[in-house]
Design a protein around this ligand. Sequence first.
Ligand code: ADP
Length: 543
Amino acid sequence: MLNGCMMDDYQLNLSYVLERAGSLFHRNEIVTRNADGSLFRYTYGDYYGRTKQLSNALKRLGVKEGDRVATLCWNHHRHLEAYLAIPAMGAVLHTLNLRLHPSDLTYIARHAEDTVIIADRSLLPLLEQFKGDLPSLRHVVVIPDDGPTPAGYLDYEQLIAAESNQFDYPRLDERTAAAMCYTSGTTGNPKGVLYSHRSAMLHSMAVTMTDTLAVGENDAILPVVPMFHANAWGLPYAAVLTGAKMVFPGPNLQPEVLLDLMAREKVTLAAGVPTIWLGILALLDANPGKWDLSSVRTMVIGGSAAPPAMIDGFKRRHNLIVTHAWGMTETSPIGSLARVKHHMADAPHEEKLKVWSTQGFSVPFVETRHVDEEGKVLPWDGETMGELQVRGPWVAASYYNNSEQADRFTPDGWFKTGDIVTINADGYLTITDRSKDVIKSGGEWISTVALENAIMSHPAVLEAAVFAAVHPKWDERPLAAVVFKPGQSATKDELRAHLEPHFAKFWLPDDFVVLDAIPKTSVGKFQKIKLREQYGDYLVKQA
Ligand code: ADP
C-alpha cells in the first residue's frame, strides 16, 4: 500500500472547537433568557475563559480522563460551558433528561456511573429524589439559575471564580469518549449512546455544510430542542466551531416567549420537535404580523414527523421555511434532511411540499438502506416498506455496556433503526411508522404517520395521534386521538370525510377520541404507548 503523505495522525478533538472560538470569534455573542424573563448576554471571549475555569474546577474536584460528569440543566450558556469544559479535559459529558421520572434517572446515572452532577438550582427538587441512590456520585455543583445556591452544595460561580482561565488541554486520541446520552427506552431499560471526539467533530462539520443546515458565523441559533436530547441535535458544537451567535431559551418554552426571543435576537435558525412548532404556528395564525421574523432563514423540525399541513402553513401564511430532519440519539443525531434538489428548483409549491414532507435524503457520510423481515435489502421504488438501517462515522456501533441490545447491529456493520420507511429512486425516505407503533389490521400494515398527517391538515385540528386499538376481528384497528384548536371543533363524520379521498377504506380510523392534550414523551413526542394503555381496549368495549 502506498500511504498518503498527509497529517493523518491529526486527532479530531473537541478542545479545538473551543480554542478556535476563543481566538477567532471572541466578539460574538451568546444570550440566555433567564426564568424571570431577563436576558443574560456575554461573548465567546467570556465563554472561552469561563469554560477553562470550569475545566480547572472539575480537575480540582478530582475529575479524571474518562470520568462521567453529568448535567441536569435547561438550555443556557452555563450548560454550553459544560458542553466543552468536560470533553476537552478528557472526561465525558453526560446530559441527563430532566423530564424523566426519578427512577429512570437513578437507573441511567447509576449505569453511567456519574461522578459529578452539575445541576440547575431550579431542578434540585428533582435531583434530591435520586442523588442518594448513586454510589459513584462524589460532588454536586449547583448553577444558581433562579436564586442562590442552598447551603451544603458547591456553587458553580464560586467554584469557577477561584480558578485560572488557562487550561492546556490534552491531545486525545480522537476515539476517546466525549459525551453520552441515553435513549428513552420505551421498551426495556434506557440505552446509553457514547459519542467520541471524532464522531462529534465530524457531525459538527456536517451540520455546517451548505446542503445540510449551513450553520455559519452569520447565524443566530435558537435550540429549542433540549441540550439533553441528542446534544441539541449537534447545534451547540457546530455553533462554537463557527462562532455563530447562540440564543438559549432557558426553562420557558411557551410559544409566545419563543417568538419574542426569535424576533428580538434576530434568530436565523431555530430547532425543535413538531409539537413545539404546532403551538407556534397556531399563535402566529392568531396574531398575524405581531412578530418580525424576517431574520429567520429556517426552522429545523424533527424528532417525529413534521405534518405537511404545518410545513405548508408556515411557508404560505408566514413565509417561513421548515427544514424537516430525521435522526436518532444513536445517529448523533442528524441522518437525513428534506432538501429540494436542483432539478426541482422551479417546481410548483405543491410538488416541493411533497419533498419537504419526506424525511429527506441522507446527509454526507450517512448511508441508508431498508430491509424486509428476513434482512433482504429492498428496492428504492418509493413503495416497498421495510426497516431503515444506517451506517456512518457518527452512528453508534454498540450501546454502552449493554450486551442485550447487540441484535440492533447487523453483522455487516449497519444499525437497525426500528423505523419503517419507503425510499424512492432519488433516495428520499418516508417514515411510515416506528416498528413499535405499526398497526397490523388483518395482516395489512397501516401507516399511523400518514393518517395523523392527514388529520392534522383539517383546519380545526391542532394535534392528532393515531394508534393501534385491539379489535376482535382484525386484531388491530386504527384509533385517532384528536385535539382541536381553541374554540374550534369538527364532528367525527367531518373528520372521516376529510380523510376519505386520500386513503383506502380499510385505512380509515374506526373512531376518533377527542382529548384536551395528547400525552407527550420526555422530549415532546406523542406518547402512543400511553394512548394504547388508556384506549387500547376502546373498540372491544364498544363492540
Ligand atoms: P426517543 O427514542 O426518546 O424518541 P430519539 O429522539 O433518539 O429518542 O428518537 C429517534 C426516533 O424518532 C427515530 O427512530 C424516529 O422514529 C423518530 N424520528 C426522528 N425524526 C423524525 C422525523 N423527521 N419524522 C418521523 N420520525 C422521526
